[in-house]
Design a protein around this ligand. Sequence first.
Ligand SMILES: CC(C)(COP(=O)(O)OP(=O)(O)OC[C@H]1O[C@@H](n2cnc3c(N)ncnc32)[C@H](O)[C@@H]1OP(=O)(O)O)[C@@H](O)C(=O)NCCC(=O)NCCS
Length: 145
Amino acid sequence: MKKMIDIEFGSHRYDELVELRYKVLLEPLGLKFLDSHRSQEAGYLHIGCIENLDDKLVGGLMMVPLDDKTIRLMQVAVDGKYQGEGVGRKMIEYALHRAHEAGYSVVIMHAMLNVIGFYEKLGFKQQGDIFEEGGVTFAKMVKKI
Ligand SMILES: CC(C)(COP(=O)(O)OP(=O)(O)OC[C@H]1O[C@@H](n2cnc3c(N)ncnc32)[C@H](O)[C@@H]1OP(=O)(O)O)[C@@H](O)C(=O)NCCC(=O)NCCS
């Protein structure tokens, strides 16, 4: 059984989340997490998925407020061993619920081209042309909540 949780910035779970994001998202691209980035994340919403059996963090994401109505989904990562089991879907659904509860009405995100289909299944629509950032190609995806 899995459960979704809110993760407090600076907590032990947050450290686990940073490690998971590194393993799933940054390491494959040859990027490093800079400690100086941590302080910027204090005001963001951090969400995780826990496997109840061993209390392990198997997925996570963060949401960055942009203005009163818009929040940006970032750094969505599911541990490779658990991908394709519905963890990503449940995490995004929980994140959308939490964003709505917090008063936001629009969620945006920048998706790498190979995961556009995943976000479309969750009701996101592509907006505008694809673009490049740091050598990686993205599409802007938007969902009203
Ligand atoms: C992309 C990612 C978050 C998806 O999470 P997941 O737990 O593997 O996905 P789920 O099992 O919840 O999939 C939900 C649905 O999306 C589909 N899906 C999953 N990955 C997909 C992809 N890359 N493209 C198209 N559809 C996809 C699944 O088939 C499933 O469809 P269904 O409901 O019809 O059965 C996860 O695979 C991951 O962390 N990948 C590596 C990091 C990454 O690319 N992150 C995104 C950064 S923009």
